[in-house]
Design a protein around this ligand. Structure first.
Ligand code: SF4
Ligand code: SF4
Length: 264
């Protein structure tokens, strides 16, 4: 969830930072946080939610998200669409709580902790580094209850460590691509970035039903795996993103195509 910045504590925290928090069905603010929030979704969020709902990624994106294009970023982002009814509820909230709780997005899992990513100088040059902060919205009564946590133990208890692991490579791509000094990205690549980041079922078709397999040299074992394993397909999409963002030569065009291009 993206809270108003006025509720973001301006202190950078680490995984060892401690806090007291509890959230349960009998709390007076129950469900209050599941509305009017601008929630950026990650590739793994969408994979989990579309699988849970038995939808294709395209159907999920159309029904539950809108696209946000940040002029300072090379990436189009998928944002969870709140409902237009009174209070702008999340489409998944019910009087009993989150109807997709086991597959809720990473930002819902982290709350009331927020996570950021920035480039920091190191001996090897600038490297992406995570940082954390607490969100203290006055309506959230969770800080008055519950046990003591470190950000690390909260992350594990909420299962968001798995999400971080899945999304890390993708999150770092944006930072690496938007680092000062990189040339501005050709805007015609944005639909491809969006597809490879979020629309996994369309990306699968793109790989298997276009000339993709003929164009690139690919490992047969990897090709077989991405046919049946959605996480492997998502990771392959990150590889493709690195290639089209010109960050790494993760894919190699077959020699025969290079020869044709040279002779033209
Ligand atoms: S996905 Fe679930 S936890 Fe997240 S805002 Fe919606 S109802 Fe709340
Ligand atoms: S305690 Fe905070 S996180 Fe839990 S329901 Fe209330 S507002 Fe939401």
């Amino acid at each position: 969830m993206l809270p108003s910045t006025k509720y973001v504590e301006p202190v950078e925290r680490t995984l060892d930072s401690k806090f007291k928090f509890g959230c349960h069905k009998d709390i007076s603010c129950f469900n209050i946080c599941c509305r009017n929030t601008d929630m950026l979704l990650t590739p793994y969020d969408i994979l989990r939610m579309k699988t849970r709902l038995g939808m294709s990624s395209g159907e999920f994106l159309k029904q539950y998200t809108y696209v946000h294009i940040d002029e300072n970023s090379s990436h189009p982002f998928a944002v969870l669409k709140m409902m237009d009814d009174e209070g702008g509820r999340c489409p998944f909230v019910t009087p009993e709580g989150c109807s997709i709780y086991e597959d809720r997005p990473a930002n819902c899992r982290y709350y009331p902790v927020g996570k950021g990513l920035m480039m920091r100088e190191s001996e090897q040059g600038p490297v992406p580094e995570e940082f954390f902060f607490f969100i203290r919205e006055p309506n959230c009564k969770g800080y008055d209850e519950g046990g003591e946590w470190s950000i690390e133990s909260w992350r594990t208890a909420q299962g968001v460590d798995v999400y971080d692991e899945m999304n890390r490579e993708w999150a770092q791509l944006q930072l690496r691509r938007d680092n000062p000094g990189k040339p501005k990205l050709d805007s015609s690549k944005q639909p491809l970035i969006y597809m490879a980041s979020y629309d996994l079922d369309r990306f699968r078709k793109f790989v298997f039903e276009s000339g993709f397999l003929n164009l690139f040299e690919l490992d047969d074992e990897e090709v077989e795996k991405i046919k049946v394993d959605e996480v492997a397909l998502m990771k392959f999409a990150f590889k493709y993103l690195k290639y089209i963002l010109m960050l790494e030569e993760t894919l190699k065009v077959k020699e025969e195509h290079l020869t044709v291009e040279k002779s033209e």
